[in-house]
Design a protein around this ligand. Sequence first.
Ligand code: HEC
Length: 333
Amino acid sequence: MHLATFLRSPLFWITATAFLVTGVLSSKASGIASGSGGAPANSSRALASCSACHSGSAPTPTRTNPPITNLTVGARVLNAGQQTTMTTAVTAGLSGTTGGFLCETTGGTFGAGTGSHINGTGGSITHSNKNQRSWSYTFTAPSTPGPIEVTSVAMTSNGSGSSGDQFSFSGYDPNATSGTPVRLYVLPAGVTNLGIGCADGYGNVPVLGAASSPTLGNAAFAFHLVGGSTNAVALLLLGINPPGFTGVDLGALLGITGCNGYVLNPLGIPTAVTSTGSAIQAAGSTSFPFPIPSGSSYLGFAFDAQAGVLDASVASTRAFPLTMTNGLHVVFQ
Ligand code: HEC
């Protein structure tokens, strides 16, 4: 066929249209990068608006049978560079088996699993095909100690383009218009994790960490609680555990059902008040200053710590309404 004749022929237009449709759309079916459309990078709390392109898919307060997005993490309290597994899964919402997700972190890097790929250098991760509703992937903690927030969004789709889909953010309320971050803490040298905290009434687990090492003379050392109830009294339990003590069930002991105690006989219990903010998103945080003395005779001194926060969301499920963090073992460096 002569070139000019070919350009006018139906065959050319069918070929060209098919090429355009595949080129434009297949990249989206395999996930959306943070920074594209309505999906900002590392904006933990007000995560991606997938509705920038998927019209009508956004959460509304009156939506019925919304998708439920669950972000589960292996370890919440990590050492520098430690790797853990995370899973974003979406249930309910549209029936069917197609979907997509985006997960963002304020620190550290994701590594792809089956059906996912990282964006950029790994600050966010998204689906690489639309035939799953659950994605497991890895997360590697950065080398810098401190708190990290990880937030996810996931879509139940109908398998045909960007219309008629529905998404939800991770967190207690599937109709919320922003995601609730899962709080992680990366520990510094000299501080090790003793065990896991327990969930508040909305499924959030507070974490206790420290942003700097307990080196002799470190006047800025502090225990840092994040992801707790808001505007509430927080307690820091300090003690020296006997060798071999691995924790005690506080449900049986004190009616703090579902929580473990990691300080056997507290010797001191300083208190603080957590910050204000969204209770459902467990936006409460506080610090307990603990200046480290400078005398070299303190080198190697070790003790244990754990925090608890008074929590109205567990008033009906715990005889004593406390939500507990992980425990920490501290050794002066
Ligand atoms: C920049 C525009 C844009 C944004 C933002 C966007 N998408 Fe998409 N997405 C598209 C387009 C266009 C398609 C259709 C591609 C196709 O079907 O081949 C699509 C398709 C999909 C599909 C497959 C659709 C189906 O019916 O099976 C999923 C799943 C998906 N997107 C998830 C998401 C999620 C989750 C977000 C938010 C994190 C998001 N998208 C944000 C443009 C976008």
